[in-house]
Structure formats: C-alpha cells, structure tokens
Design a protein around this ligand. Structure first.
Ligand code: COA
Length: 185
C-alpha cells in the first residue's frame, strides 16, 4: 500500500490491535504483509482437512509459492488481508476481501481461523474488522460463495451482518451482504 493511500485509513500498515477471545487468550491483529509467506504456509498445518476444504472449496494440503505470493502481496485497497497472531510467529486466523475485477463496489470475502482457536469469537472479530476496512475503502457489499453445509460460517455471517441474501445452488450457498456505505459526493 502506498503512503498516500495509507494516510486516511484506520486499517493501514501501522494498524495494530490486541483483542481478547472468549477464553481470555490475547491475539494481535495486523495487516498481512509479504513477509508473512512462511506464517501462512505453516498455518495450513494447523487447519483440519475439513477447515481447509471449507475455506478453499477443494481438498488442499499446502499452498503453492504462487498462492502464497497472491495471498500476501496485496495492495491493501482492492485486495485487503488482516491476520491474527498469538505471539510473533503463530498465525491463528486471517480474513481478506478481493474486489471483483474493475468493479470497486463489490468484493469477495474469505476467512479462516485455525481449528483450536475456533468458536472463541475470533472469526467474528476478524470479519467485523474486514467489514470496517471494506467500508472505509468504499466497498458497498460483499458477495461470496461457501459450502451449503458450512454451519459455522452461516452463524458468523448472521452474527455480523444484516439483510444478507442467501441463495442455495446445489452443495454451494451464495451470499450477498450490504456494508451500508455512505458515499461522499
Ligand atoms: C467460519 C469460521 C471463520 C468461524 O470462526 P470462529 O472463530 O469459530 O467464529 P466465532 O467464534 O467468532 O463465532 C461466530 C458465530 O458463529 C457461531 N459458531 C461458531 N462455530 C460454530 C459451530 N461449529 N456451530 C454453530 N455455531 C458456531 C458462534 O457461536 C458465533 O455466533 P454468536 O455470536 O451468535 O454466538 C471458522 O469456523 C473457520 O475458519 N472455518 C474454516 C474456514 C471457513 O469455513 N471459512 C469460511 C469460508 S470462506
């Protein structure tokens, strides 16, 4: 992210936030940076096969170099990623959005919390920050697709969003979530 672009954002490269999960564990939130490739690669080992399938909608054991590059070398505006760390080298969750091509009004969100940190409120915290970062970048809505059987994600979306539209498509569930952005003319 360039210095000019960073200035007006709360969620910029200087952003740090310490949050407490429901079991009192403290984790630090910060934006994902290119140097996080190893952290992300290691993080995959801490996901169950089911969590990885739910996140990538495919069986996946490891991330390729190209995927690690894509997931960490983000511009912070149209592709934004926020991570949660427990200690400096222990990535425990990450949430991101990616705009759809040239359409800067709509973005696809994705989130993953490693299994032993799930159901402690971290997903909700990360997704709330993701929505706030999207709003300050002028994104009007999230559109995504997930497994129709992904109950935790459905609960998460209901917990953080309003007026979400769901459409079942076989084993998949598409959702669209307004972010209630007020555009300044
Ligand atoms: C979806 C996911 C991010 C949720 O993260 P999390 O840290 O467990 O979520 P939270 O603890 O913040 O819980 C959020 C809400 O979901 C509910 N929830 C969490 N896990 C649940 C479960 N297994 N069953 C039912 N509800 C559940 C919580 O009670 C909470 O609702 P509440 O605020 O009304 O109590 C996590 O399960 C995950 O990483 N899954 C694998 C990857 C994935 O599915 N990503 C989404 C597709 S992109």
């Amino acid at each position: 992210m360039s210095r000019e672009k960073q200035k007006s954002y709360r969620f910029d490269n200087e952003y740090r936030e310490i949050v407490r999960l429901s079991d009192k564990t403290q984790v630090t939130l910060r934006l994902v940076v290119p140097a996080d490739k190893l952290l992300l690669a290691r993080g995959m080992d801490n996901f169950s096969a089911e969590s990885r399938y739910r996140r990538f909608l495919a069986s996946k054991n490891a991330l390729t170099d190209a995927e690690l590059q894509y997931l960490t070398e983000v511009d912070g505006v149209h592709h934004f990623a926020i991570g949660a760390l427990h200690g400096p080298n222990d990535g425990v969750g990450v949430a991101r959005f990616v705009c759809f091509g040239d359409n800067r009004d709509i973005a696809e969100p994705a989130i993953a919390v490693i299994d032993r940190y799930q159901n402690k409120g971290l997903g909700k915290i990360l997704f709330t920050r993701l929505m706030a970062a999207a709003r300050e970048r002028g994104i009007e809505r999230f559109h995504g697709v997930m497994l129709a059987s992904n109950e935790p994600m459905k609960h998460l979306l209901h917990a953080v969003g309003q007026k979400i539209c769901f459409e079942y498509k076989g084993s998949l569930l598409e959702f669209e979530m307004p972010l209630n952005v007020r555009k300044v003319e």
